[in-house]
Ligand binder design. Structure first.
Ligand SMILES: N[C@@H](CCC(=O)N[C@@H](CS)C(=O)NCC(=O)O)C(=O)O
Length: 206
């Protein structure tokens, strides 16, 4: 049995969407404390107090991309990961690591700019810089999207879920998607999947 610790409209939507797509039962613990959680019981699972964290039959795992990869590998029949040896597996790794380690930190720098600077001017500079870099990164991603229908071609994978959430996290997602039509079209296709649409409603996303 899986237990997922998460918060509304955060990185925990990635493993939650993966679990929903898999159709696996899970308990969802929605944390409400703003910022890094300080509850010692949670810190014993994830010491930085951020979400998400998954407990899988007693095994504790954090980091959204890592949890997505773990779940996809545990349920190969759902085809959320290309099998080892499939040439698409390399691109699968690339996107999951790139979106988690290069794109998501820009979101953190924007929403949690006070983690990266102390003075008001410093915080404003971090936020402004992150917003400019986010625009640049998404215009670069636009050039990397193929004919689809999904990020890796004809197979919908966990990468699509991470892609969809990161695009929605953009500080001005409607404009960014209009300026990058391939990104916009892919996000729209992913959002139309019934499980994803239901999850969006649950998290108050239009
Ligand atoms: N790379 C980390 C990012 C974790 C992270 O930044 N989590 C944010 C939400 S997206 C968080 O817990 N923020 C605390 C809050 O906003 O209350 C992961 O994928 O787990």
């Amino acid at each position: 049995m899986y237990t997922l610790y998460g918060k509304t409209f955060t990185m925990s939507m990635v493993p939650q969407a993966v679990l929903d797509e898999i159709g696996a039962p899970y308990d969802l613990v929605t944390l409400t404390e703003e910022g890094a959680v300080t509850d010692p019981d949670y810190l014993a699972l994830r010491p930085d107090g951020l979400v998400p964290t998954l407990v899988d039959d007693g095994m504790v795992l954090y980091e959204g991309s890592a949890i997505a990869m773990h779940l996809a590998d545990k349920h190969p029949e759902t085809n959320l990961a290309p099998p080892v040896g499939d040439p698409r597996r390399a691109a699968y790794y690339q996107w999951l690591v790139y979106l988690g380690s290069m794109v998501h930190p820009l979101v953190a720098q924007e929403y949690h700019a006070d983690w990266y600077a102390e003075t008001e001017a410093g915080i404003a500079e971090v936020r402004e810089n992150a917003m400019q870099r986010a625009d640049k990164v998404w215009s670069e991603i636009e050039t990397q999207i193929g004919d689809g229908p999904w990020l890796l071609g004809d197979q919908f994978t966990a990468t699509d879920i991470l892609f969809w959430l990161q695009a929605n996290f953009h500080y001005d997602a409607p404009r960014m998607m209009a300026e990058n039509p391939k990104v916009g079209a892919l996000v729209e296709r992913i959002s139309a999947r019934p499980k994803i649409a239901a999850l969006m409603q649950q998290h108050g996303l239009n």
